[in-house]
Design a protein around this ligand. Structure first.
Ligand code: PMP
Ligand code: GLN
Length: 388
C-alpha cells in the first residue's frame, strides 16, 4: 500500500530531479533545471568562508534571520522600489523562496480555502497548496504572449478565495506583469479582500528595458501583500537557499510562525554572505541582466533555427518553446527522448499545468549557462531538424 497521504498523491519526484538525473546519466547538456553553471560573485564566496572561519553563523542564527541580513533586505526593498520595511517586524529570512512559499501558504490558508494562481505554476505551489489543505484554482496563461486574462482572473475569485498567488517575472513563461495588469489585480485584491503572495525571485532578471514592479508598491497593497525573493537567482547561488519574505507585521509574523516549525533556521554563514552581496553596487544587477539578455538571444536564435517556435521571454532565465513545428506534440515524451536523440535536456511544461492540453507541446530551456555551452547545445538541437 502506498503510505503517501492523499494530499500528496500525484506529487512524485519533481520534474527537475528527474531531468537533472537524466542529464547526468546520459552526459547531456542540462538546460532543464534552472541553475547557473557559473557561481556568483567572489566577494560573496569570501564572505561565506570568512563567516565560517570567524564562527559567525555556525550555530543557530536567530529565528527571523541575522540582523545584518534583515537590514540589507530592507535596504534593498527601499533602494530598488521605495518600499520601507522595518527589519525587525517586517522582514523574515527563509530557507530559499521555496520555504517562504510553503510557510506562507501553511500560515495563511484554512483547509478548503481557494488559492488562485497563474498556471503554468512553479511546481512547489500546487504541492504546498495541497499540503495546506487548500484548493488551487488556475488562471491559464496562454501562448504566444502568456498575457494575463483579467476576465478569467476575476471569474476565478469566489467567496472561498483567500489568497492570490502571483509570480512575476514568471517561471516558466518569462511573462512579466505590466503596471496595468498589476493595477487590475490590485483592484480585485482590494475589492475582494484577498491576501496576495507574490513570488518575485526573478525580480532582477528582466530584459529590454522592462522594469519589475512589485505589487506591494501599488496603492493599498503593501498591507495585504507577502513578497518573496531569494539570493539563489539574483546572486547565482541556488545551492545556498537563502530566501526572504517582506510584508506588514501581522502577515510576516504569521509566516514566521509556520516557518519556525519547518526549518526553524538555516544557512547561518551564508546569511552573512548574502548580506554582503546585497551591498554590491547597482552595476552588479545591470551586468547580470545584460549578460543574461545576451544568453537569451543566443538560445532563442538557435532554437528558432533548430525549428522550434520560440516565445521570447521578457524576464527569468527560461525560454518557452512549442515543439509542434518539429512535428511533435507530446512535450513529456519529447523531453524524455531528447538526451538520447541529441544530448540536451529540457523540461516539459505540461507538468506545470492543470490544463494539460495547453501545456502538452510546450518545452522549457534554461539559458543561465556559459555562452559556449549554449552554442554547443544549439548545434546539437539543430541536428533534430537535419534528421541526423
Ligand atoms: N519560485 C520560483 C518561481 C522559482 O523558479 C524557484 C526556483 N528557483 C523558486 C521559487 C525557489 O527558489 P529557492 O531556490 O530560493 O528556494
Ligand atoms: N527553480 C528551478 C527551476 O525552475 C528549479 C528548482 C528545483 O529544482 N526545485 O528550474
Amino acid at each position: 500500500m502506498d503510505p503517501l497521504t492523499s494530499r500528496l498523491r500525484g506529487f512524485g519526484t519533481t520534474i527537475f530531479a528527474e531531468m537533472s538525473e537524466l542529464a547526468v546519466a546520459t552526459g547531456s547538456i542540462n538546460l532543464g533545471q534552472g541553475f547557473p553553471d557559473t557561481d556568483g560573485p567572489t566577494e560573496m564566496v569570501e564572505a561565506a568562508v570568512a563567516a565560517i572561519r570567524d564562527g559567525r553563523g555556525n550555530q543557530y542564527p536567530p529565528g527571523p534571520g541575522i540582523a545584518p541580513l534583515r537590514a540589507a533586505i530592507a535596504t534593498h526593498q527601499f533602494t530598488h522600489y521605495g518600499l520601507a520595511y522595518d527589519p525587525d517586524s517586517e522582514v523574515l529570512v527563509t530557507a530559499g523562496a521555496t520555504e517562504a512559499i510553503a510557510a506562507a501558504l501553511l500560515a495563511l490558508i484554512e483547509p478548503g480555502d481557494e488559492v488562485v494562481a497563474l498556471e503554468p505554476y512553479y511546481d512547489s505551489y500546487a504541492a504546498c497548496i495541497a499540503m495546506a489543505g487548500g484548493v488551487r484554482v488556475p488562471v491559464t496563461l496562454r501562448p504566444p504572449d502568456f498575457a494575463l486574462d483579467l476576465d478569467a482572473l476575476r471569474a476565478a475569485v469566489t467567496p472561498r478565495t483567500t489568497v492570490l498567488l502571483l509570480n512575476s517575472p514568471h517561471n516558466p513563461t518569462g511573462m512579466v506583469l505590466s503596471r496595468d495588469e498589476l493595477t487590475a489585480i490590485a483592484t480585485l485584491a482590494r475589492e475582494r479582500d484577498l491576501i496576495v503572495v507574490t513570488d518575485e525571485v526573478y525580480e532582477h532578471l528582466v530584459y529590454d528595458d522592462r522594469v519589475h514592479i512589485p505589487i506591494a508598491t501599488l496603492p493599498g497593497m503593501r498591507e495585504r501583500t507577502v513578497s518573496i525573493s531569494s539570493a539563489g537567482k539574483t546572486f547565482s547561488m541556488t545551492g545556498w537557499k537563502i530566501g526572504w519574505v517582506t510584508g506588514p507585521p501581522a502577515l510576516v509574523s504569521a509566516v514566521r510562525t509556520a516557518k519556525q516549525f519547518l526549518t526553524y533556521v538555516s544557512g547561518g554563514p551564508f546569511q552573512y554572505a548574502v548580506a554582503a552581496a546585497l551591498a554590491l553596487p547597482g552595476t552588479y544587477y545591470e551586468n547580470l541582466s545584460s549578460s543574461l539578455a545576451r544568453k537569451r538571444d543566443i538560445l532563442c536564435a538557435g532554437l528558432t533555427e533548430a525549428g522550434f517556435e520560440v516565445h521570447k521571454p521578457r524576464g527569468t532565465y527560461f525560454v518557452t518553446t512549442d515543439i509542434r513545428p518539429l512535428g511533435e506534440s507530446d512535450g513529456l515524451a519529447f523531453c524524455r527522448s531528447l538526451p538520447a536523440r541529441c544530448g540536451v535536456v529540457a523540461v516539459p511544461e505540461v507538468v506545470f499545468f492543470d490544463d494539460r492540453a495547453v501545456g502538452a507541446p510546450l518545452v522549457r530551456f534554461a539559458f543561465c549557462k556559459r555562452d559556449e555551452v549554449l552554442t554547443e547545445a544549439v548545434a546539437r538541437l539543430r541536428t533534430l531538424r537535419d534528421g541526423a
